[in-house]
Design a protein around this ligand. Structure first.
Ligand code: ADP
Ligand code: GLC
Length: 481
């Protein structure tokens, strides 16, 4: 098939979370299977410097953005046969320090930036000589694409635009702006209503995508069910229930070329399920790197995360505070985001000297080392559409301790579900006490070497490779209209 994807993040060019990993992993797998894949993404600052083979294409692009005309450059790269990256260059919008925000606040012109980008996607969907058969858009930043595609069809006699699939990676981010931002679309004002982009008087980009896409997917089966309920629906559960016939949950895959402890270039030594002694060495080296004392038989817990409400930091900090006070255990965290969480973590570090290591910032290589070094990985999310770190943890023999929601519930097996095949520890209630209880179970497991070893072996054998998942997308790319 010929597939054109559109995403505001693509690993290794740009990434703030799992979106970039997912888009890159799916695209690469489809290309390997012999399909023709293009990914449209913004040309952010630094991409050309890091990837010298990104080259300027001889292509002119100019779109109407409300009252003004904005032109864009096109830059391309072919990292492997069958896969082409189309970087949309627009220095005013994308040559900035951040992707969505700077210094903790969102850019004031995000509506302009991403409606412009969405129009560039429609332009390429129409004019790329290889004529994509399906357009696959990801998250709110390109949520307007299906409406804009219809507009282009009516306004300029485009006979049969391709069908559009929208993947929702996170319903909590909808791209909501004041209603007058709809003028940027140049779609007639009468079409701004609750059947399209209007959400309580505001413009909602993700809602527009949910209303107008041919197929909707989200990144785990359980999250697909959750978002049709009021509790997880973020106000869009009614619309999602209306669209339930075209709503599918597909668990993300993992790029095991990148996340593989047997070949990970970021580790001091590599290991497999039969050489787990080497994992101990990785742990010792990480403790030294972070500046924590190395002691024999003290379990190491860790997490790598956006410091955002979603990730359950209001459980993590009090639960760890209690557990660290009474137990021989250590904890490392790598994260960036909201300052209130940074402060809480630093406070924890001060209060439990020698037991807590906090690294604020974004650090890809360190994230690999933490995945490999820890004994347990903590993910007490309030909600989690899929979650990738628990999947990476499994492959690294790092036992995930997760809240049973969304993709976390779909990907981790607790001993209560299946003693033989257990890969992790789950808890349900959203409370520090419930997480502390789960950590207590982890400590007990660590104290029982045989059982702990069995969990590790099970975890490392779990298979979340992209191959089957990509086939599922291929099926869904052919909607019955
Ligand atoms: P989300 O997309 O909601 O943030 P996921 O678990 O799907 O959660 O994906 C998060 C991705 O971002 C993982 O690849 C994780 O390693 C990475 N990540 C998050 N924070 C950091 C950080 N501070 N440094 C390096 N990588 C990070
Ligand atoms: C989102 C979700 C996360 C998911 C990722 C990739 O950022 O929060 O759960 O794994 O997208 O699909």
């Amino acid at each position: 098939m010929r597939v054109l994807m559109a995403s505001s993040e693509v690993h290794p060019y740009s990434k703030t979370g799992g979106l970039g990993d997912m888009v890159a992993g799916l695209a690469k797998t489809l290309a390997k299977k012999g399909h023709n894949v293009g990914i449209v993404t913004p040309l952010y600052r630094g991409i050309r410097e890091k990837h010298s083979d990104v080259r300027r294409a001889d292509w002119h692009m100019s779109v109407q953005l409300g009252k003004r005309r904005v032109s864009g450059e096109l830059w391309v790269q072919e990292p492997m046969p069958g896969l082409t990256l189309y970087f949309v260059g627009q220095p005013e919008f994308f040559n900035r320090q951040g992707i969505y925000s700077e210094g903790g606040s969102d850019y004031g012109d995000n509506a302009e930036r991403f409606i412009f980008f969405s129009k560039a996607v429609v332009h390429l969907a129409r004019y790329l000589p290889w004529q994509p058969e399906v357009i696959h858009v990801h998250d709110w930043q390109v949520g307007m694409v299906p409406l804009l595609l219809r507009q282009e069809q009516h306004a300029s006699g485009w006979r049969s635009p391709p069908p559009v699939m929208l993947t929702i990676h996170n319903l909590a981010y909808q791209g909501t702006f004041a209603a007058n931002a709809f003028q940027l679309t140049n779609i007639p004002w009468q079409q701004f209503n609750i059947r399209t982009a209007e959400f309580y008087g505001a413009m909602d980009c993700l809602k527009a995508g949910i209303a107008a896409s041919d197929v909707i997917t989200t990144v785990s089966p359980r999250y697909a069910r959750e978002i049709t309920t009021e509790e997880f629906g973020c106000g869009l559960d009614g619309l999602l229930r209306e669209r339930i016939k075209v709503l599918h949950g597909v668990l993300n895959g993992v790029d095991y070329e990148e996340w593989n402890p047997a070949a990970d270039v970021h580790l001091p030594v590599r290991y497999t399920a039969t050489t787990l002694e080497a994992k101990e060495l990785v742990k010792r080296e990480l403790l030294k790197e972070i500046g924590l004392p190395v002691k024999a038989r003290v379990p190491l817990f860790g997490t790598i995360t956006r410091l955002a409400e979603q990730k359950g930091l209001d459980l993590l900090v009090p639960a760890l505070d209690e557990m660290l006070a009474h137990n021989e255990m250590q904890f490392v965290v790598l994260g960036s985001g909201e300052q209130r969480y940074e402060r809480a973590l630093h406070h924890l570090e001060k209060k439990h000297p020698g037991k807590v290591g906090v690294r604020i910032g974004y650090n890809h290589a360190l994230s690999h080392r933490i995945e490999a070094a820890c004994d347990f990985y903590l993910m007490p999310s309030r909600f989690e559409p899929c979650g990738l770190n628990q999947l990476y943890s499994l492959r690294y023999g790092t036992i995930p301790v997760v809240r049973a929601v969304g993709g976390l519930d779909d990907s981790v097996i607790d001993a209560q579900e299946n003693t033989q095949d257990a890969t992790g520890i789950k808890f349900s209630e959203y409370s520090p006490a419930a997480l502390a209880h789960a950590i207590r179970k982890a400590l007990a497991l660590y104290a029982a070497p045989q059982a702990f070893h069995q969990f590790r072996v099970n975890a490392m054998a779990a298979d979340f490779s992209w191959d089957q998942t990509a086939n599922r997308y291929l099926d869904l790319y052919q909607p019955k209209r």
